[in-house]
Design a protein around this ligand. Sequence first.
Ligand SMILES: [Zn+2]
Length: 462
Amino acid sequence: MDLEAETPRASGQGTEQETVLRADAMLTPNGAVADAELAFDGTGRITYAGPARKDSVVTHDLAGHVLMPGLVNGHTHSAMTLLRAVSDDEGFMPWLAAVQALEQHLTREDVETGLELAMVEMIETGTTAFADMYYWDAALVELVRAAGMRALVAPASFAPEAVGFPGVSQANGAEVTDLTEKLAQRYADDPQIRIAYGPHAPYTCPPEFLRDIAERAVANGIPIHTHISESAAEVAQIVERYGATPGDHLASLGLFDAEVLAAHCVHLTADEIAFFAENGVAISHNPVSNLKLGNGIAPLPEFLESGVRLTLGTDSVASNNTLDLFEEVKTGTILHRGAHQDAAIVKAADVLDIATRRGAEAIGFPESGALEEGRLADVIALDARGSAATPFDAASLVSHLGFAATGADVRHVFVGGRQVYANGRHLTLDAAAIRARAATARERLSAAADAAAADAAHSGDS
Ligand SMILES: [Zn+2]
């Protein structure tokens, strides 16, 4: 059946009608199911997930497709899509300088365009939920709600008096902290949105600022999304400055009394890993970003062994350069096999689980993330008729999804039962217009950065 021909249902919510998907195979917490059926009710809740039933009224016959839970991106900076392919081959410090030179000229409108471009890319590559840290305000959160995605949103902050995004807003860190609390209150009961404090990292945020956020996080029940131990240089700097590793330093400030999502954690010590596991800290593993920026390889086998909460992330496209989580799934599996010269050390099924069920739990959407009765229907359908899927049978579903599938195979996306992408067509976002706006924005940013560089060179001459 061609879904294009069907009137797209804006939302399954509010109707009593059951939606029934039939596909060649489906990934469930108990493994692959052949000739699969997934049903969800008008509230978006899964009522059945299993082998096809004889008496069902199928609303979406997806022959040639496979179903899996929507992917969860456990760490990104969405609006940085506008900074794709900046200084990709010059090393970390030149990369950072080039990114910041463009970022200085970002406007509020650019952030909106960058966020929308990120959501276009995430939806069409099968991501249904993401954890973000960047400039955020209520109108931007509303864009996420309108697009139909789930997000853990962390307005980024650096220090009480520091203005993080001068071209976008004059809000300093203290004001961002207050704004975060207002947003958290506003979206407290929203099933699509969670709000987190976003202190950037222990090397950019002063200890008193972090201690204050930790206390507020505990008092207000608001989580914290931050970066920890991304590079060896960061660890050396924190040890020199505070006489403790980043994890120990943050523990001494009480940060882990709150719910924390810690991005990267490439250079954690064994003691820090054990502490994170014991204290419910969630780690976002970002293998492609860590490799691309030359920051190292996070110890995923040790994370798995410890039982620590885990999610998989792309980081921003400025350090990736895509938001296609299928790349992270494959890289996150084979990277550690190569590093340990042991092909059994990380299994594709485990990484797929981190990219879906465990990731959804880690970023605070535990009702989605798996195709089983009672959960919310965050589900994607991939075309399994292409060359890279052939020959295909349900028994090889995990292999296909873990090693061969890409975001380009995604054809349908539902979030909480609401279809946001049908037969390769966006139902909630005007993708072509957003891409055009993004291209124009980038031209303007590059011109502004070039002009500023020329000015600086000129004043250096005089
Ligand atoms: Zn990051």
